[in-house]
Design a protein around this ligand. Structure first.
Ligand code: FE
Length: 154
């Protein structure tokens, strides 16, 4: 995995223990750009993320804690400028919350394990779900198909 946080002992793709850390604790663990998205609900600039046009087969994990979030077969090409998925890898992989900031009514999506901010979900996605999970590349780590198959058969 190409994550850049070797000191993050909480990082795991199988441990589902919730991680109720304070932001002060997260700040010590996460790279600054990950912290800004994950804990301060930032947004990377459109069309700049490394996974926006990424088409490899595999699994996307939370860059903060390693929790599996999306499969490449749930990803679709969207013109919005961020990696877009029509479904998460499993129901428990994502937490939802209303977000009424900036004068918009949106639904925020967070990591089901560590509650890091991922992005938002909109109802203008493709079939079969009609949903568009619009996710920041910065908070995703990608791993190729071998691990994806393992997760897919869970
Ligand atoms: Fe996480």
């Amino acid at each position: 995995m190409d994550n850049n946080q070797p000191t993050n002992a909480l990082h795991s793709d199988s441990d589902t223990t919730k991680l109720p850390l304070s932001n002060a604790e997260w700040r010590k663990i996460l790279p600054a750009e990950v912290y800004a998205i994950a804990r301060e609900k930032g947004t990377e600039r459109a069309f700049t993320g490394k996974y926006y046009e990424h088409k490899e087969v595999g699994t996307y994990y939370c860059a903060a804690c390693g929790h599996p979030l999306f499969n490449s077969n749930g990803k679709f090409e969207s013109s919005c400028g961020w990696p877009s998925f029509f479904e998460p890898i499993s129901k428990g992989s994502i937490i939802y919350a209303p977000d009424n900031t900036y004068g918009m009514k949106r639904t925020e999506v967070m990591c089901g394990r560590c509650k890091s901010h991922l992005g938002h979900v909109f109802d203008d996605g493709p079939p079969p779900t009609g949903l568009r999970y619009c996710i920041n590349s910065v908070i995703l780590d990608f791993d190729k198909a071998k691990k994806a198959e393992k997760n897919f058969t869970k």
